[in-house]
Design a protein around this ligand. Structure first.
Ligand SMILES: Cc1cc2nc3c(=O)[nH]c(=O)nc-3n(C[C@H](O)[C@H](O)[C@H](O)COP(=O)(O)O)c2cc1C
Length: 237
């Protein structure tokens, strides 16, 4: 296996960090590697807000009580960003109509690719981290805290730092249940129950709900309203 594949296959999210900073030089390396991710038409429709002050991390923790945020050496907020696009487009036209699903997919996918590159680059230097999607549940408040302008919205954050915990790698779905030859194959309920058992065994004493129960919690309820409300306020919906 290549070094890169070995690194990718040893990924685990890290949510507890030592009280150690990440040197500026390392952050620059991580973020410039992240920037090399592919993006839709090279638009690079995202921005990153680097949060290092404890005051700001604490303010964010008040809104999104995830311990990883408070303990992180650096918290990176990945923002879907068509604000630059608006300025670029206006050099050539008076109309700008980014509202809708395609604009959201373009920006979210660009941010996600850069985010995954960020985490992998950080892991390659011995740091750890976790993606925090729960920031979206406080989209309106975050937009205010980080002064996000029109045509921008929080997609997710990444808490980074020097790891202070180590977990076993979390087992994924069997490859043949995710990768299909030539055409889609719907899953049997048995396959899902089998993965429930794999996940429960992995979690051991920490298991409180099964994988499919978490699916039910997520998708059995309406989506949180703040994401949509913020997207409407920022003229993206
Ligand atoms: C888009 C996205 C959002 C996530 N949001 C959170 C979060 O808010 N809090 C958290 O603790 N983990 C979060 N995670 C981490 C996942 O729970 C984790 O990646 C998954 O359980 C697989 O575990 P592993 O990364 O250790 O392999 C998120 C991951 C992704 C990709």
């Amino acid at each position: 296996m290549s070094e890169t594949i070995t690194l990718m296959k040893s990924h685990t999210s890290v949510r507890r960090f030592k009280e150690e900073a990440i040197p500026q030089e390392d952050l620059n390396e991580i973020l410039s590697a992240a920037q090399m991710a592919s993006s839709w038409k090279n638009f690079q429709s995202y921005s990153v807000i680097l949060v290092r002050s404890q005051e700001k991390k604490d303010a964010l923790f008040e809104l999104v009580p995830q311990e990883a945020i408070r303990q992180s050496a650096a918290f990176l907020l990945f923002v879907g960003d068509l604000n630059r696009a608006e300025k670029g487009a206006h050099l050539h036209t008076d109309t700008f109509q980014p509202q809708g699903v395609e604009g959201l997919l373009i920006t979210s996918v660009d941010a996600a690719l850069a985010g995954q590159n960020t985490l992998l680059a950080a892991e390659s230097l011995g740091y750890g981290g976790v993606i925090i999607g729960l920031v979206r549940y406080k989209s309106v408040e975050l937009a205010e805290l980080f002064k996000l302008p029109d045509y921008t919205y929080p997609v997710f954050g990444i808490a980074l730092g020097v790891p202070n915990q180590k977990h076993a790698v979390k087992p994924r779905l069997p490859l043949e249940h995710v990768v299909f030859e030539e055409e889609y194959q719907e899953q049997s309920t048995e396959a899902i129950e089998a993965y429930d058992r794999v996940q429960t065994e992995y979690a051991g004493a920490r298991a409180t709900t099964t994988w499919s129960q978490r699916l039910a919690e997520q998708f059995g309820n309406p989506e949180p309203s703040s994401t949509r409300e913020n997207l409407e306020q920022k003229k993206l919906l």
